[in-house]
Design a protein around this ligand. Structure first.
Ligand code: ARG
Length: 457
C-alpha cells in the first residue's frame, strides 16, 4: 500500500507511484542540465531586474544575491554535489529549492514570469548548443584523419567495386577522402540543427507568454542565442522538434560511420587484407587464441541502428501531439541526450581507427590480378582512338584476357578530372574541415564570454 506523500512544493500531495512514473529518469538525466538551468535562471532574473516596471520585480542587490547563489549551485554541480530528490521531480524545482534554502523568500521569486515549460526548453537548447559545437569539432578531426590517410596513400591503387564485384580502378586516396567528404556533408545537417536550436524560447512561459512587459530579446542576448523564437506558442511547440531535427542529423552522421565501418570490416578480412586494423583497437576471443576482432566497427553499425531508432522515436512522439506543452515531450530528453553521446563517442573512436590504420599496398595491388577491372578503361582507350563506344564495349568484352597484366598505377594516374584518382583536391576538403572546426570553436568562445558576463557580479 503506498501512501500519498507531501512530495512537491508546487502541487501538494502526489501518489508516490505516480510521482515515480511521471518523473521517470528526470532526477538522473537532469543532472546534466543543472549548470544550464542555473544559467537560464541567471539570464531570466537579470532581465526581470532590468525591466522598467513598478513595483520593481528584482532590485540590483537581489539580482546579485541570486546570481551569487546560482554560481554556488553551479560549483556544487561541477563537484558532483548537486542532487535532485524524488520530491524535486526535476532540475528546475531542485534549483528553486536550493535557491530558497539559501536565499529564503528571494528564492521564491525566481519563477516570476516563467514556467518549467520554457525553462526545460531553454535548458535543452543550451545543452544542445555546447554538445553540437563539440560534435562538429570531433567530426572535423575525423575528416582530417581520413584526409591524412588519403594523402599518405593517395597513389595506392585499390579495386573500385559496384555490387561488391570488381568494377574499375580506384585508389586508397579516393576511398578514404570520399568518407571525409560524406561526413563534411553531414556537417551541413548538423549546422541546420544548430540554427534550429540557436533560438531562445524563454518568456514563452507555459506557452502563451505573460501579462507583464518582459524583454525576451534581452534574455536571448544574455544567453548568447541568435535570437528569441518569435511566436511564444510556437516556442513551446518547438520543444521536441529541436531534438528530432538534431537526431535526424546525428543519424546521418552515424549512417556514414556505419558504412565506413562496414568497408573496414570487409577490407581487413584476411581474404582481402587491403587494410590491417590497429591491434589495440581490436578485441580478442576467450577461446580462440588467434582472434583480433573488429568489435568497435560492429558496434558502430549497431549504434547507427540505435540513432535511427532514437530519431524515429522522437518523430513518433511528436506525430499526433496537440500544440502546446504535453508531458510526452519529457520522453524526448533521454533520446536526444543518448543520441548525442553515442554520436560523439562514435566519431572519436573512428578517428582513432583512421589515425592508426595500416594500408597494405601489395595486397591492394594484388587484387588487380582479375583483369576485368580494367575493361571500362580499355574500352574508353579504344573510344579515344576513334571507335564508337558500343563497338569498343563488345570488343573488350570478347577479349578480357588481353587485359591481364595491365598496370593499376598507370590506370589511376590517368583519371585527372575533378575528383578522379589523379584529380583529388584534398586541400579543399581539409579547408572545409578547418572551417567547420574554427566555426564551432568561435561559437563556443562567444557562448563562454556571454556566460562569464552573465555570472560576473
Ligand atoms: N520535467 C518536465 C519535462 O521535461 C519539465 C516540465 C514540466 N512541465 C509540466 N507542465 N508538467 O517536460
Amino acid at each position: 500500500m503506498t501512501k500519498p506523500a507531501d512530495t512537491a512544493t508546487t502541487v501538494g500531495k502526489i501518489n508516490p507511484d505516480v510521482l515515480a512514473f511521471t518523473e521517470g529518469k528526470d532526477p538522473v538525466l537532469d543532472l546534466d542540465l543543472a549548470e544550464v538551468d542555473c544559467l537560464g535562471t541567471a539570464a531570466h532574473v537579470t532581465m526581470l531586474a532590468r525591466m522598467d516596471y513598478t513595483p520593481t520585480l528584482f532590485t540590483e542587490e537581489q539580482r546579485v544575491a541570486v546570481i551569487r547563489a546560482l554560481r554556488e549551485i553551479i560549483a556544487e554541480a561541477r563537484r558532483g554535489d548537486f542532487a535532485i530528490t524524488a520530491a524535486d521531480q526535476d532540475v528546475h524545482l531542485a534549483v528553486e529549492r536550493r535557491l530558497t534554502e539559501r536565499l529564503g523568500d528571494l528564492g521564491k521569486k525566481v519563477h516570476t514570469c516563467r514556467s518549467r515549460n520554457d525553462q526545460v526548453a531553454v535548458d535543452i537548447r543550451l545543452h544542445v548548443r555546447d554538445a553540437l559545437n563539440a560534435l562538429d569539432r570531433e567530426l572535423a578531426a575525423l575528416a582530417h584523419a581520413l584526409l591524412a590517410l588519403a594523402r599518405a596513400h593517395r597513389d595506392v591503387p585499390m579495386v573500385g567495386r559496384t555490387h561488391l564485384q570488381p568494377a574499375m580502378p580506384s585508389s586508397v586516396g579516393m576511398w578514404a577522402s570520399a568518407y571525409a567528404e560524406m561526413l563534411l556533408d553531414d556537417a551541413y545537417l548538423l549546422d541546420a540543427a544548430y540554427r534550429v536550436n540557436d533560438l531562445c524560447p524563454l518568456g514563452s512561459a507555459a506557452g502563451y507568454g505573460v501579462p507583464l512587459p518582459i524583454d525576451r530579446r534581452l534574455t536571448s542576448d544574455l544567453l548568447g542565442f541568435a535570437r528569441p523564437h518569435h511566436n511564444v506558442f510556437y516556442a513551446s511547440c518547438a520543444r521536441g522538434k529541436d531534438e528530432a531535427v538534431l537526431l535526424a542529423a546525428c543519424a546521418q552522421v552515424m549512417l556514414s560511420l556505419s558504412r565506413l565501418a562496414e568497408d573496414l570490416i570487409l577490407f581487413s578480412m584476411p581474404e582481402f587484407r587491403y587494410f590491417t586494423l590497429p591491434r589495440d583497437l581490436c578485441t580478442g576471443s576467450s577461446i580462440m587464441p588467434q582472434k583480433y576482432n573488429p568489435d568497435v566497427l560492429e558496434l558502430i553499425r549497431a549504434k547507427a541502428a540505435l540513432l535511427i531508432g532514437q530519431s524515429t522515436a522522437s518523430n513518433v512522439i511528436l506525430k499526433a501531439l496537440p500544440g502546446g506543452y504535453n508531458r510526452d515531450l519529457q520522453d524526448t530528453k533521454e533520446l536526444y541526450m543518448e543520441g548525442l553521446r553515442v554520436t560523439r563517442a562514435s566519431l572519436r573512436i573512428m578517428r582513432l581507427m583512421a589515425e592508426s590504420l595500416t594500408v597494405n599496398p601489395d595486397r591492394c595491388r594484388a587484387a588487380f590480378a582479375e583483369p576485368g577491372v580494367f575493361a571500362t578503361d580499355r574500352a574508353l582507350e579504344l573510344v579515344a582512338q576513334g571507335m564508337p563506344f558500343r563497338d569498343a564495349y563488345h570488343q573488350v568484352r570478347d577479349h578480357l584476357e588481353d587485359l591481364r597484366g595491365m598496370d593499376p598505377d598507370a590506370a589511376i594516374a590517368r583519371k585527372t578530372h575533378l575528383g578522379g584518382t589523379a584529380g583529388l583536391d584534398l586541400d579543399a576538403l581539409d579547408e572545409r574541415a578547418d572551417a567547420l572546426d574554427r566555426a564551432a570553436e568561435g561559437r563556443q568562445a562567444k557562448i563562454r564570454a556571454a556566460f562569464d558576463q552573465l555570472l560576473d557580479v
